[in-house]
Design a protein around this ligand. Sequence first.
Ligand SMILES: Cc1ncc(C[n+]2csc(CCOP(=O)(O)OP(=O)(O)O)c2C)c(N)n1
Length: 372
Amino acid sequence: MSTVTAPDTASYRKFLPADSPVQYLTPDGVPTASEARYAHPSDDRLVEMFRGMYLGRRFDLQATALTKQGRLAVYPSSHGQEACQISAAMSLRPRDWMFPTYRDSMALAARGIEPVEILAMLAGDWHCGYDPTAHRTAPQSTPLATQLLHATGAAYGEHRRGSDAIALAFCGDGATSEGDFHEALNFAAVFRAPVVFLVQNNGFAISVPFSRQSVAPSLAHKGVGYGIGSEQVDGNDPVAMLAVMDAAAEFVREGNGPVIVEAHTYRLEAHTNADDATRYRDDAEVQEWTAKDPLDRLEKYLREVGAVDDAFLDALHEEGEQRAADLRAGMNVDRPSDPLDLFRYVFANPTTQLREQQALVEAELRADAEEN
Ligand SMILES: Cc1ncc(C[n+]2csc(CCOP(=O)(O)OP(=O)(O)O)c2C)c(N)n1
């Protein structure tokens, strides 16, 4: 018995990448004349998005500060990538799956995961901090592009079980040079796994600029070669991002196979707090992208259409500060940790080396306890 149907080439032709990134708002927040390609999101939905972006940025700022206070080992900021992450989270229903990378903490927050839990792994815990099954959200993946294969497998499994759940997987521009990226896209294409692949092209893979990553017309065009739906979008334009992500999720849900979306955005901060970005890029470039801030852009639009006002923004500011204070308090509580957990939960029958290492740690812990 085969569950594989022949690709419907007509369906993915409806979702071929535009010549230039889809844009609904100029950097000044003014609607562009073009684009009836995807349905314009309602103002209510855009207000919800603005809220997620605003709170996401406050969370990001607080997490960066926590690295300086020694409460987080490392934090990869997504300052500037709010529109990409919040639109992605909003395009999913609770029963859909999300497969994030280390940089997608804002998307996790928008999915309703507790901020303290999101930061558990980055604070040095051995586990991801939250229940991946309950939240239908995989642990944040650090090995580049591996999560794309997991997402493809999970989505294909859902499809075979007859469920209508889809998966959304994030990756960066650098990850598209990994073999796993190609394997995931090709498998998903051939077996019509319901996955949305969102590539946040933020210009850099640590210090490697995008020009050393690909010479394709766009990363979205790679999808054409796999025979899947593909689109490129201005990743700092919240309206365009939500329009495209909603359409991509819908297209996938309708059984048309996977979609790849490339979001053109920019990483405004260094790769992580351990990186010095001034060694490989000019401040002028950072300033140029700061002027394309997705939050400013959406705020201008929403004020113009009368969907938000000072009272709304003041209340949101208060809420952001309260959440930041709660996060600081939560991160200042020492987590219970047992070093022997390192040896549990991995192998049913641990290897000889692991048993030896466990005995060493146990001896060290006993010695410590006797000393104190
Ligand atoms: C398989 C693998 N190779 C190398 C690394 C080291 N590494 C960590 S982040 C990174 C850059 C990734 O860049 P990109 O995919 O563009 O994502 P971004 O960090 O910009 O969000 C590299 C090479 C890794 N984590 N995994």
